[in-house]
Design a protein around this ligand. Structure first.
Ligand code: NAP
Length: 499
C-alpha cells in the first residue's frame, strides 16, 4: 500500500499567482479511512474572496484577448502534467476522500480527459453563420466570455467536477475563483500547482479555501462574480439559487440523485447484478449517480436478491489505498449518522433488511468511518428510503409487475440524474430511453460512468437545466452574441426593407 506525500503541512490560498501562506486559522483534513490528519486547510474570509475576485477581474481582461487556440495550449500542458502525476494525484485523492484507488485513478483520468477535450474546443468553439434576410448583409453568432466565474465543488469528486467547470471556463476566456469543499481541499492545491507550472497566467485561476458559509457565501454575494457553477446538496443549492435569483446572476447547479437500475424479466441477471454492485457500492454509494434503488420485475425478484446477496459477500471493505479493497470509508461521522437514520426509517417503514444495516467500528475499522453494504427488499416506491438521497452503500429493491410500472417508479422521485435498464427487448430499450425522466440513461449498464464529452446533469430537482461537461458546458461560461455586418453602404432596416 503506497501513500503519496504532500509537500506542505498547511495548504495556502492561491491568489493572483501567489501562494498566501500567512493565514492563521485552519482545520485538519482528515483521512476518512484512518482518522489521521493529512494536512491543515486554512479557513479564509470574505476579504480573501475580495482579493481573489479583484485578481481574477484584472487577469480576465487580458486572458480574454489571448486567442482561444493559445488558451487551449495551456490546457494541453495542464492535461499532460496531470497525466504525468496521475498516480500521485490518485493516491492523495484516495487519502482525502476515501474512494478506492482504482476509482481515484479513474477520477483523475476524467480530469485529464476533460483537459484534452476542452483544449480541443480552443480550435472549435463553433458559432453559426446564417443568411441575413437583407441583401449585402452578413449574420453570425459567436461565443463571448462572461468575466469572473465562481466555482463551488463538493467533496465526493474533488478533482473531476472542478475540471468539468474550470477547464471550459478557462478555454472560453474567463477567470476563475474556486472554492473546493473543506473536507477535500488537497486536489485543489495540487491542480493549482499544475496550472501554475503549465504557465496559466496569474489570476486566471484562484483558489480560496474555507467554509461554504463564509467563502462560498461571499462568492455568491459578490457583484463581480458573474456566474456561479455549483455542485452539491439540494439544501445548499436552494439557498444559492435564491440569492443568485435576487442578483440576476447566472447559475449552473448540479445536485442530488435517487438513481435506479431497472431489471426486467428478460434481463441478463449476472450482468445486471454486476452493474448494480459497481454502481451501488462503488465510492461507498457516495456518488450523485449511485444506484440507490433497484426496480425489479416480480418474476426475477428472488433470483436478483439471491445473486446480489452472494455478490455482496465478495465486497472487501477497508482503506482504499489497499488494491484489494472494493468499498472504502464514508466521508465523516455526519455521513454515517445520516445513513443510520435511513436504516431506522427503512425498518420503521416496513422494508425487509436482507444484508448490512450497521456501522463497522471494531478492529481495523476503529479509527475510520465504515458502513456495511446494505440491501433492503420489499420497498415501496413511495417510502422515504425509496425517495430520499441516502448517500451511502444502501440499496432498496422495489418489486414491480410490469415495464410501465417500472418506468413510473423510476420517475416518481423529485430527482432526475441517472437511470438504467437491463433488458434484451429492443422495443423496451427505445421506450425506456424516451420515457425515463433523467438527464442520463444507461442501457445494460449501471447508473454510473459518465464520459466527459457528453453532457452531464439532471432533470427536475437535480439541477436547473444546465450541464457540466460536454460541449454544453461552454453554454454556462459564455454568452451568445449575434453579430450583423452590413456591407450594402446604406441603412437597411430588418423586417421593413425586405422586398
Ligand atoms: P454541500 O454540503 O452542499 O457542499 C457543496 C459545496 O458547497 C461545498 O464546497 C460547501 O462548502 C459549499 N457550501 C456549503 N454551504 C454553502 C453556502 N451557504 N454558500 C456557498 N457554498 C456553500 O454538498 P456535499 O455534501 O459536499 O456534496 C454532496 C452532494 O452533492 C450530494 O447531494 C450529491 O448528490 C451532490 N452531487 C451532485 C453531483 C451532480 O453532478 N449532480 C455531483 C456530485 C455530488 P464546505 O463543505 O467547505 O463548507
Amino acid at each position: 500500500m503506497t501513500e503519496a506525500v504532500i509537500d506542505t503541512k498547511k495548504l495556502a490560498n492561491f491568489i493572483d499567482g501567489v501562494w498566501e501562506k500567512e493565514k492563521v486559522e485552519s482545520v485538519p483534513v482528515i483521512n476518512p479511512a484512518t482518522g489521521e490528519s493529512i494536512v491543515e486547510v486554512p479557513l479564509s474570509t470574505a476579504e480573501d474572496v475580495d482579493r481573489a475576485v479583484a485578481a481574477a477581474k484584472k487577469a480576465q481582461k487580458e486572458w480574454s484577448l489571448v486567442p482561444a487556440p493559445q488558451r487551449a495550449e495551456v490546457l494541453f500542458k495542464i492535461g499532460s502534467l496531470m497525466k504525468e502525476r496521475k498516480e500521485h494525484l490518485a493516491q492523495l485523492l484516495t487519502m482525502e476522500n476515501g474512494k478506492v484507488i482504482e476509482e481515484g485513478r479513474g477520477e483523475v483520468q476524467e480530469g485529464i480527459d476533460m483537459a484534452f477535450y476542452m483544449a480541443g474546443e480552443g480550435r472549435r468553439m463553433f458559432g453559426q453563420t446564417t443568411p441575413s434576410e437583407l441583401k449585402n448583409k452578413f449574420a453570425m453568432s459567436v461565443r463571448a466570455p462572461i468575466g469572473v466565474v465562481g466555482i463551488i465543488t463538493p467533496w465526493n469528486f474533488p478533482i473531476a467536477i472542478a475540471t468539468w467547470k474550470s477547464f471550459p471556463a478557462i478555454v472560453a476566456g474567463n477567470a476563475v475563483v474556486w472554492k473546493p469543499a473543506t473536507e477535500t481541499p488537497i486536489m485543489a492545491y495540487e491542480l493549482a500547482k499544475i496550472c501554475e507550472e503549465a504557465g496559466l497566467p496569474k489570476g486566471v485561476l484562484n483558489v480560496v479555501f474555507g467554509k461554504g458559509s463564509t467563502v462560498g457565501d461571499s462568492m455568491v454575494h459578490h457583484d463581480d462574480i458573474r456566474v456561479i457553477s455549483f455542485t452539491g446538496s439540494n439544501d445548499t443549492g436552494r439557498d444559492i439559487a435564491a440569492e443568485c435569483g435576487k442578483q440576476l446572476k447566472k447559475l449552473s447547479m448540479e445536485m442530488g440523485g435517487k438513481n435506479a437500475v431497472i431489471v426486467m424479466d428478460d434481463a441478463d441477471l449476472d450482468l445486471a447484478v454486476e452493474g448494480i454492485l459497481w454502481s451501488a457500492f462503488g465510492t461507498s454509494g457516495q456518488r450523485c449517480t449511485a444506484c440507490s434503488r433497484v426496480i425489479v420485475h416480480k418474476d426475477v425478484k428472488t433470483a436478483v436478491e439471491e445473486r446480489l446477496l452472494s455478490a455482496m459477500e465478495t465486497l472487501t471493505i477497508g482503506n482504499g489505498l489497499d488494491e484489494s479493497i472494493k468499498v472504502g470509508p464514508i466521508i465523516n461521522q455526519a455521513g454515517i449518522d445520516k445513513i443510520k437514520k435511513y436504516i431506522s426509517i427503512g425498518n420503521e417503514e416496513g422494508a425487509k433488511l436482507l444484508a448490512g444495516g450497521y456501522e463497522l467500528k471494531d478492529g481495523k475499522y476503529k479509527s475510520g468511518h465504515y458502513f456495511a453494504p446494505t440491501l433492503f427488499t420489499n420497498v415501496k416506491a413511495d417510502m422515504r428510503i425509496g425517495q430520499e438521497e441516502i448517500f451511502g452503500p444502501v440499496v432498496s429493491l422495489i418489486p414491480v409487475d410490469s415495464f410501465e410500472e417500472a418506468i413510473e417508479a423510476n420517475n416518481s422521485v423529485s430527482y432526475g440524474l441517472s437511470s438504467s435498464i437491463f433488458t434484451k427487448d429492443v422495443n423496451r430499450v427505445f421506450q425506456a430511453q424516451r420515457d425515463l425522466d433523467t438527464g442520463i440513461v444507461y442501457v445494460n449498464a449501471g447508473t454510473t460512468g459518465a464520459e466527459i464529452h457528453l453532457p452531464f446533469g439532471g432533470t427536475k430537482g437535480t439541477g436547473n437545466g444546465h450541464r457540466d461537461s460536454g460541449v454544453q458546458a461552454l453554454d454556462v461560461f459564455t454568452e451568445w452574441k449575434a453579430v450583423y455586418v452590413d456591407y450594402s453602404g446604406k441603412l437597411q432596416r430588418a423586417q421593413i426593407d425586405v422586398e
